[in-house]
Design a protein around this ligand. Structure first.
Ligand SMILES: NC(=O)c1ccc[n+]([C@@H]2O[C@H](COP(=O)([O-])OP(=O)(O)OC[C@H]3O[C@@H](n4cnc5c(N)ncnc54)[C@H](OP(=O)(O)O)[C@@H]3O)[C@@H](O)[C@H]2O)c1
Length: 311
């Protein structure tokens, strides 16, 4: 039996491992078009679908629309019942919540969809009111262009405000997408995981293998190429901490015949209401990520991983 999770209280049920598509178009951070490209992404899509994965996450800002376009083109070739999520970027120069409807239309066009399953505010807005944005989201739901409303990088307090604003329009907050992994357990401490459970919202865990740091292929002194080396997990004390956790992931994984990435993902999806969205660059990574489904860590192994990843 594979682990599944429902999106919000009444949304679709999907395998608890989904697919992150930031890599499917972004060249600045991930090197799309340089170290890999469309052919590898096609392989990642095909392998994900073949393995039964159904939830795909993209955003208008990923590769400035290229990720959404790639998802749209690949989606059209498949008859699998996919659940597509994308995001509105509250960029500082977007000074009216009404721009959400305009941006949504452009995302729908790139995705080739009349309705997106989950539309998320990518991060809390600096200038736009949260309530006005939720009003624009509710308008989009009423127009039939959005099935469920989500947020991303929201605190617990912001989630409750978003939920209350949506409730005034007869809607509920379906998800908060935040960074969550064995290297980033903040959602357990900052109230976000608890708020998700209280509100019936799905916690969508991004960077679930810590941008590759939990895969075990990068070591202190051997960071990944490009801009990624400047991300927190690859700087300062990050690599040493990752190395300690990867040692436990390897040992635990050997007992099950699973890789460190698969163990890191399995630890996440063992938590009720958590959907992990690793970002595969190719078919091999997609297959490996899907291999986190269908088995479970023991209580002792979970406790060992919890202890190794405590700050
Ligand atoms: N809402 C937000 O603010 C936000 C922020 C970040 C991400 N996200 C979403 O979350 C998704 C995933 O997060 P992420 O991309 O930051 O990090 P991630 O999934 O933790 O790591 C992805 C990277 O790890 C490597 N990798 C993936 N699968 C692997 C495997 N099985 N074995 C070994 N290496 C593997 C690949 O890079 P290499 O092969 O080059 O090492 C890949 O690009 C994104 O695609 C995006 O949809 C959302």
């Amino acid at each position: 039996m594979i682990q599944t999770v429902r999106i919000g209280k009444d949304g679709p049920e999907v395998p608890a491992v989904g697919v992150g598509a930031w890599q499917w178009g972004d060249s600045v951070f991930w090197g799309y078009g340089r170290s890999y490209g469309r052919a590898e992404v096609e392989g990642a899509f095909a392998a994900s679908i073949a393995a039964g994965l159904r939830f795909i996450d993209t955003a208008e800002v990923y590769g400035r629309g290229r990720s959404e376009r790639n998802v749209g083109e690949l989606r059209r070739r498949s008859d699998a019942p996919l659940v597509i999520a994308t995001k509105f970027a509250p960029l500082p120069y977007r000074l009216s919540a009404r721009l959400l409807g305009w941006a949504l239309d452009r995302s729908l066009r790139r995705l080739g969809l009349a309705q997106v399953d989950l539309y998320q505010i990518h991060w809390p807005a600096t200038f736009l009111s949260l309530e006005a944005l939720m009003g624009a989201m509710a308008d989009a739901v009423e127009a039939g262009k959005v099935r469920q409303v989500g947020v991303s990088n929201f605190s617990a307090g912001e989630m409750y405000r978003a939920h209350a604003a949506l409730a005034r329009r007869g809607l509920a907050l379906a998800a908060n997408q935040v960074e969550y992994s064995l290297l980033h357990r903040e959602p357990e401490r900052n109230g976000v995981l608890a708020a998700c459970r209280e509100l019936g919202a799905t916690l969508i865990a991004y960077s679930p293998i810590a941008k590759g740091a939990l895969s075990g292929k990068y070591r202190p002194g051997a960071p990944p190429p490009g801009l990624r080396r400047f991300a927190g997990d690859f700087r300062g004390g990050g690599p040493k901490r990752a190395e300690r956790i990867v040692a436990v992931l390897r040992r635990v994984g050997e007992a099950h015949g699973n890789s460190p990435s698969q163990v890191a993902l399995n630890w996440l999806i063992g938590k009720p209401g958590v959907l992990a969205i690793p970002g595969p660059k190719n078919a091999r990574q997609a297959e490996e990520n899907a291999g986190a489904l269908g088995w479970s860590l023991t209580e002792d192994e979970l406790a060992e991983l919890d202890a190794a990843s405590e700050l």
